[in-house]
Design a protein around this ligand. Structure first.
Ligand code: GAP
Length: 446
């Protein structure tokens, strides 16, 4: 993990937030390359959900949440961790993560108390505690509260889904392990609405689809285990949850959870609950003004759909993907190279165009023309690397996962060819510059 954290800082992927003032625990900032990698991962998820499935629509809802939403979702009452204080060192720990000794000697623990993980903030000009909002602890709730808006505006019938990517906030007691457990993070969540009797089949289908997707992002099935969450550990809304557990550098932990949320969520947020034959145990709701149900075309009965929810963490995804991609390769004769073997569609930079000499106008202009041409393909970022040191350029681009480096040299000026070096094989070949757009498209789609 230390090597990965060091690469992330050195090359501009991820920084501790507010580092110049000592940082803020559980918060990280994505740097120039991190933001590209993160956007590429989110785009891959969005494509696989929204663009590849005509029965899935997207949403981008607000982060600040009406407390009534989180009251009826159950978060106000149950979204908490048992927490214990040490009277010796005055530190606070999660009950399942107690150390034996603290920095002041033997720990002296208090009884466990429940600690709600939601962040609150004041809304409007008066800070008297009566007007507040929560920063959403998951993106899911606004999908449920927008259920009717989406159904009405896009004429959906079951089964169908609503997908959302966005920030979520949790006041974790012990943020740890780099970006694995943080207080501000991003989720990629799909709420897939199905006929109640089809829930278990859809649950299995989504587990399989999600494993396939992670594999395509470079997280191999060999480093994953499925964990069927036992009844006594299930979240309050879940009838069954399968966690995709990944072998992170610090141990086997959850990358994504796929839950069968039954009719709990729509049943909790709907008006007229008593008319709807809701199977989940829900809190009575006299606040909602909307019926969150769908009419069965055959029976004409109103049905509260069940929900299958694949919920993945963007930050944990980045950690898993970088961990898989990070390689230190022995080049023989005491030499080695660090290479980030990212899937090309995730690479922050798709190609680097390098003029052989940084002060030669002809070489630089030709390189710049090529950079512009490749950039226009819209595959992602293409850079002009004008340091004049080819070896250094290759090393830097190996470390940040750039699939191709293209060198423009004096021969290029005569025969319009360039040397293309492949990140993974380090093989070089001479390619006609006019053929490079196709060449790059092919490499990125691998
Ligand atoms: N809507 C369901 C839900 O939020 P969850 O298991 O609490 O379920 C889903 O969270 C995913 O969000 C997790 O699998 C994980 O990838 C990510 N996640 C949750 N808490 C996190 C945290 N404190 N830091 C980073 N990622 C987190």
């Amino acid at each position: 993990m230390d090597d990965l954290v060091s690469l992330c800082k050195r090359r501009g992927f991820i920084f501790q937030s507010g580092e110049i003032y000592g940082g803020l625990q559980g918060m990280y900032d994505y740097g120039p390359l991190g933001v590209e990698l993160k956007n590429n991962l989110k785009n891959a998820w969005w494509s696989s959900m929204v663009y590849e499935n005509d029965n899935i629509e997207g949403l981008d809802a607000s982060i600040l949440s009406n407390p009534t939403v989180l009251k009826h979702s159950g978060h106000e009452d149950t979204f908490s961790d048992p927490m214990i204080d040490c009277k010796t060192c005055k530190s606070r720990f999660r009950e399942d993560q107690l150390p034996e000794n603290c920095n002041k000697g033997k720990c002296d623990f208090t009884e466990a108390r429940q600690f709600n993980l939601m962040f609150k903030t004041n809304v409007g000009p008066i800070d008297d505690g009566t007007s507040f909002a929560y920063l959403r602890p998951e993106t899911a709730q606004q999908i449920f509260t927008n259920f009717k808006n989406v159904v009405d505006s896009s004429s959906k019938t079951l089964p169908f889904g609503i997908a959302q990517i966005g920030k979520a906030f949790r006041n974790e007691i012990t943020p740890r392990n780099f970006i694995f457990r943080v207080r501000e993070f991003e989720q990629m969540e799909l709420e897939f609405f199905v006929k109640p009797e089809t829930d278990e089949d859809w649950h299995k289908t989504w587990v399989k689809k999600r494993l396939d997707w992670w594999e395509k992002q470079g997280v191999p099935i060999d480093n994953i285990e499925l964990y069927s969450v036992p009844d006594d550990e299930l979240a309050h809304y879940s009838k069954g949850t399968i966690d995709i557990m990944y072998k992170f550098p610090h141990g086997l932990e959850e990358l994504e959870g796929i839950a069968n949320r039954t009719d709990f969520d729509l049943g909790s947020h709907t008006k007229n609950q008593h008319e709807l034959n809701i199977s989940a145990k829900v809190m009575p709701n006299n606040n909602s003004n909307t019926r969150l149900a769908i009419q069965d075309i055959d029976t004409k009965k109103w049905v509260v759909p069940y929900v299958i929810e694949p919920s993945a963490g963007v930050d944990r995804g980045i950690l898993a993907i970088m961990n898989e991609a990070y390689n230190v390769e022995d080049l023989g004769k005491g030499k080695e190279r660090i290479v980030l073997r990212l899937k090309p569609h995730l690479s922050p930079i798709k190609a680097a165009v390098i003029p052989l000499k940084k002060n030669n106008e002809d070489l630089v202009n030709k390189a710049y023309d090529l950079k512009k041409r490749l950039q226009k393909l819209n595959l992602g970022r293409v850079v002009l690397e004008n340091t004049g040191n080819i070896g250094k350029g290759y090393r830097r681009h190996d470390e940040i996962g750039t699939p191709l480096c293209i060198t423009i040299d004096f021969e290029s000026l005569e025969d319009n060819t360039a040397t293309v070096r492949d990140r993974d094989t380090m093989q070089q070949e001479r390619v006609n510059i006019d053929a490079l757009p196709e060449y790059l498209i092919k490499r990125i789609s691998e």
